[in-house]
Design a protein around this ligand. Structure first.
Ligand SMILES: Nc1ncnc2c1ncn2[C@@H]1O[C@H](COP(=O)(O)OP(=O)(O)OP(=O)(O)O)[C@@H](O)[C@H]1O
Ligand SMILES: [Mg+2]
Length: 264
């Protein structure tokens, strides 16, 4: 019998080193809630993530299987420390799994070099995280122009300005990221997503630092991109109101998927 890494990790007393040295077993990936018949743009199988600092090991993900169809809007929920941001970073290719596979747009991120992951981040993914990827010495307009050109979708200044206006930062086009609040920086990152038009938006607590009026503006924008451009969205949130916008809610607890239901 082949035992999957996820199963191994669920067994008590199995050291992490033994798990890492093993080979990935056949994964019975979680397909239940994915839109039937639709192509999976994201496939996560048997993913384990262990953080090590000195002698301290933190197991952030303990065998996650997840498939997300192209065009789906998935809310990732779960209490603080359950592994939401860790999973998003693996999907973004900004970190690698300790074991298992993360396949985005047909590319196995655990297998390819950083240069390929960076290319994917620039072209296929839009990323709005708690800490932003904005270039500190460029103003918002220049950041938007740069992101568009890195994604091979160059735009002119007026288009960049329009994108900033849509996220409520029209007046701040010539401010640098450090001159903005955390929530404003997240909105600036969303402006870059508007111009790069990625296939997948990965968003981490984008409404966490906003008042409810601004949160609604941002969510309306994200929902519109989902509806009009069939953008695939994976959005981590603590807020049930925010999650209600999604098609499907995936719940994490202690690094495992404990709930997966379609709400629309
Ligand atoms: N770089 C790191 N080094 C060590 N441990 C980490 C690191 N990043 C995350 N962890 C740990 O991994 C676990 C999962 O963290 P993660 O940030 O994914 O949780 P989360 O669900 O996003 O929580 P929150 O809702 O508070 O944002 C936590 O126990 C956290 O302390
Ligand atoms: Mg988090």
């Amino acid at each position: 019998m082949e035992v999957s890494l996820g199963t191994l990790l669920r067994m008590p007393g199995v050291p992490v080193a033994a798990i890492e040295s093993g080979t990935a077993g056949t994964s019975d990936a979680r397909r239940a809630a994915r839109q039937p018949g639709a192509e999976a743009i994201i496939q996560v199988s048997d993913v384990i993530k262990v953080f090590r600092e000195g002698d301290v090991e933190t197991i952030a993900l303990r065998g996650v299987d997840l498939e997300i169809a192209r065009g789906e809007f998935v809310a990732l929920m779960g209490r603080s420390g359950s592994g939401k941001s860790t999973l998003l970073h693996l999907l973004a290719g900004s970190d690698r799994p300790t074991a298992g596979h993360v396949i985005v747009g047909g590319v196995d991120l655990s297998r390819v070099e950083e240069s390929e992951r960076a290319r994917l981040r620039g072209s296929v993914l839009g990323i709005v995280f708690q800490s932003q990827n904005l270039v500190p010495f460029l103003d918002l307009e220049e950041n938007t122009l740069l992101a568009a050109s890195l994604a091979d979708r160059p735009v002119d200044r007026s288009t960049a300005g329009e994108a900033l206006a849509r996220v409520g930062l029209g007046e701040r086009a010539h401010h640098r990221p450090a001159q903005l609040s955390g929530g404003e920086q997240q909105r600036a990152a969303l402006a870059t997503v508007l111009v790069t038009r990625p296939a997948v938006l990965l968003a981490d607590e984008i409404t966490g630092e906003l008042d409810s009026a601004n949160a609604t503006i941002l969510l309306d924008l994200v929902s519109e991109m989902h509806a009009v451009e069939s953008l695939t969205i994976v959005l981590a949130t603590h807020d049930a109101e925010v999650a209600r916008r999604a098609d499907r809610i995936v719940e994490l607890l202690d690094g495992r998927v404990v709930g997966d239901r379609r709400i629309r």
